[in-house]
Design a binder for this molecule. Structure first.
Ligand SMILES: *Cc1c(COP(=O)(O)O)cnc(C)c1O
Length: 388
């Protein structure tokens, strides 16, 4: 592990130069790699040497991307996936056996929710959900066959904050794994391994790329667990493409500086909305009014790019607000340089029932804003006119 600072590692962790002495890392668009001779081939397949064989297993560009994220998260090993959901699915499928049970936060990404509800039961993997406002309730949900605790913080789209240190202690007490989807914070703002997480998952599609260009996912963490994830994934084939890995590796060079600005803008917007007479409530981890403000301060460097709020007047007023937006994008993504407004109840979380949405902290009139890198004055001006 390097003893240099985050920003330096993000830039200087890179592949060894080729004989061309290129400054910026080149793109290795190759599906396979060649062997010197029969002995090299045998030894490579026997895993007696660490080398690239086939890009479904590893590739120089994905290796570089993985190495950077391991540095950022303080992790031993990682594997890069074609999307965040490929990372979530492959990680859990690699670790869980038929008959296992998962204790998951009720407020998780919509597709992860669907995975637990609609697909894992096919393989006899069951789950219980805990209320993110009551971590004490986890103790009673743990069963003899519980293998892991799964959570996200801050949550999507409710922007609730879960105490990672507490989750780490609960997992340790029950001798189960702790798996954290750290996508909303990015490795720059929060490193769950420090608080006891065994594995950390990211959708690289969000803040990591940060410019809305590629889909990607990554899981990093303890070596023996990542080895299981790797064995499963090199067979099932969810690997990230070298091109997308190359794009992401470049994106990580600017992660710190981008996320700093995202957070500055988001806090300013949250403060503006908090004083607005057309707004029922605002939620942002670094607003003093956030119920978990102290926890957020303890475990995060800044509040992240997502602000949630509710427009006065319910669903109808919400619709008028969306139709009045001029500059910001109506889209389902987040963590992009372009600010995005989303209506979770009719988009990302539309597959959930009203009750499930309520349990995830999603009201029908709730708006989620992923605050981008445009000038804050222009972001506020657009939202202000749409609220008017
Ligand atoms: C977007 C997202 C995912 C899924 O990532 P994809 O790259 O879209 O597959 C998982 N978890 C969270 C918290 C997300 O925001």
């Amino acid at each position: 592990m390097s003893n240099k600072k985050f920003e330096t590692n993000a830039i200087r962790t890179q592949l060894k130069r080729t004989e061309n002495l290129e400054h910026s890392v080149p793109l290795y668009l190759t599906s396979s790699f060649v062997f010197e001779d029969a002995e090299d081939m045998r030894a490579s397949f026997a895993e007696e040497k660490e080398r690239n064989i086939y890009s479904r297993y590893s590739n120089p560009n994905t290796n570089e991307f993985v190495e950077k994220v391991c540095q950022m998260e303080g992790a031993e090993q990682g594997f890069a996936f074609a999307s965040g959901m490929a990372a979530v699915f492959s990680t859990l499928a690699a670790l869980l056996d038929s008959g296992d049970h998962v204790v998951s936060a009720a407020s998780i990404f919509g597709s992860t929710h669907s995975l637990f509800n609609n697909f894992f039961p096919k393989w006899n993997i069951s789950h219980s959900y805990f209320d993110v406002h009551n971590l004490d309730s986890i103790d009673d949900l743990i069963q003899p066959n519980t293998k892991l605790i799964y959570a996200e913080t801050p949550t999507n789209p409710g922007v609730d904050v879960l105490d990672l240190e507490e989750l780490g202690q609960i997992a340790k007490k029950h001798n189960v794994l702790l798996v954290i989807d750290n996508c909303f914070a990015s490795p720059y703002l929060q490193q769950p391994i420090k608080f006891g997480a065994d594995l950390v998952i990211h959708s690289g599609t969000k803040l990591m790329d940060g410019q809305g260009r590629v889909l990607a996912g990554i899981t990093v963490g303890k070596r023996e667990l990542m080895d299981k994830v790797y064995r499963f994934s090199r067979i099932t084939g969810p690997a990230l493409s070298p091109f997308n890995a190359w794009v992401l590796s470049k994106s990580l060079e600017t992660l710190a500086i981008r996320v700093d600005r995202h957070c500055d803008n988001a806090l300013k917007l949250a403060e503006f909305l908090e004083g607005h007479d057309q707004v029922n409530w605002v939620k942002y981890p670094f607003l003093k009014s956030h119920p978990k403000y102290e926890v957020a301060k303890k475990q995060m460097k800044a509040g992240g790019c997502v602000v949630a709020f509710e427009v006065k007047g319910g669903l109808e007023a919400g619709r008028t607000f969306f139709d009045s937006i001029k500059l910001l994008s109506l889209s389902a993504n987040l963590g992009d340089s372009r600010s995005i407004v989303t209506h979770p109840a009719s988009t990302t979380h539309s597959k959930l029932s009203v009750e499930e949405r309520a349990a995830s902290g999603i009201t029908e009139g709730m708006v989620r804003i992923s605050v981008g890198l445009e000038h804050i004055d222009d972001i506020i001006a657009d939202i202000s006119q749409a609220l008017g």
